[in-house]
Write a protein of this length. Structure first.
Length: 348
């Protein structure tokens, strides 16, 4: 366990087993402030899968918070979804007590499998919640940031507007669907897939999208491939199938490992690092938690364009993967050091 924590640079792991609740909270880095990160509520094959997911996601949240310039560190909560029937209200009430026992070191929010109503239950047990109904759903801000980021990538690579571009969206969850709405409004052609056929059928009707099977989305000819499901989908196998110019999606941890980013770079595909382009939700959660209004939040989300532009420019100038540039910029903020500290310091 300590070896895994060292690998992921995780400072703390907290566990809770009570009634239907089996939960783990990973705190990656608290240099910038208390950890802020969503609560994932999905089924896991093993407990180790859940623990490793929490640690990997917590690391991503630290890097995301650093480059989004919010006063929080990175953390993540994972609840193993029980098989069979269970009392959801009891489970989240117990989880709220668990979060409160950490004394403010971790602030939770919505993530895969959790809802605003779940956050409301947590709010009855602890104030350390950033996306309950009195604050709102962070998904629209994530989608807003995604639109800004995709537009920035298209402008940088092609020097063209988004109108008329073809975007293949993998996954039509809260953010994926909201992103499809934005892209449709600006005149993009959409290709979509989702494990829920009803969602793809709706997308066909509402957005005039082309719906394809889940395993067919990679090889679709498009300008932008947008992974908006779960992580780990960019690997040696899927890269060989891609037929796109840009990869820009909201899914966390899209890369199976960091070396994949170098392969993407060598292929001439522009990759928008996931934890930068999808940071709108974090900005919303942090800003709302600190009392900012909607106009202020929108202004803060818009800033991610500047960060992406810096990453794209430095990647081209240094001829290294965008993910490497983003990682070193974040590590300089988190640890005060980076292998290319001269240009990293200038960038951040």
């Amino acid at each position: 366990m300590f070896s895994s924590m060292h690998t992921h640079a995780v400072q703390e792991l907290h566990f809770c087993q009570q009634g239907p609740l089996n939960a783990v909270v990973a705190l990656h880095n608290l240099r910038l402030g208390p950890a802020l990160g969503g609560c994932r509520f999905i089924e896991y094959t093993t407990e180790l899968d859940a623990i490793h997911d929490a640690m990997r996601l917590a690391r991503g949240m630290s890097y995301k918070a650093a480059l989004a310039h919010v006063p929080q560190g990175g953390g993540k909560a994972v609840i193993m979804k029980p098989k069979g029937e269970f009392d959801r209200e009891e489970l989240f009430r117990l989880f709220g007590q668990f979060i409160h026992s950490l004394g403010g070191r971790y602030i939770t929010a919505m993530d895969s499998g959790t809802t605003v109503s779940d956050m409301d239950i947590l709010r009855t047990q602890t104030p350390f919640v950033s996306s309950s109904s009195n604050i709102g759903d962070p998904s629209p801000s994530t989608a807003q940031g995604m639109l800004i980021g995709i537009e920035a990538a298209v402008r940088f690579l092609m020097n063209q507007p988004l109108q008329g571009m073809t975007v293949a969206i993998q996954g039509l969850g809260h953010v994926g669907w909201a992103l499809a709405e934005h892209l449709h409004k600006v005149g993009c052609k959409l290709i979509v897939c989702d494990i829920d056929e009803k969602k793809t059928q709706q997308a066909e009707k509402i957005f005039a999208a082309k719906a394809v099977r889940v395993n067919e989305i990679y090889q679709q000819s498009c300008d932008v491939f947008s992974p908006c499901g779960l992580g780990g989908i960019l690997n040696e196998t899927t890269l060989s199938l891609l037929n796109c110019k840009i990869i820009a999606g909201c899914a966390n941890n899209q890369l199976a490992h960091d070396d994949v980013a170098s392969q993407i770079h060598k292929m001439g595909i522009l990759y928008a690092p996931d934890y930068v382009i999808n940071s709108g939700g974090l900005v919303f959660a942090s800003s709302s938690y600190h009392g900012m209004n909607q106009q202020q939040i929108k202004h803060e989300v818009n800033k991610l364009k500047d960060t992406l532009d810096k990453i794209f420019v430095l990647s081209k100038k240094k001829n290294v993967a965008t993910n490497q540039i983003a990682n070193e910029m974040a590590e300089h903020i988190l640890y005060g050091e980076a292998s290319h500290s001269d240009w990293v310091m200038e960038a951040v």
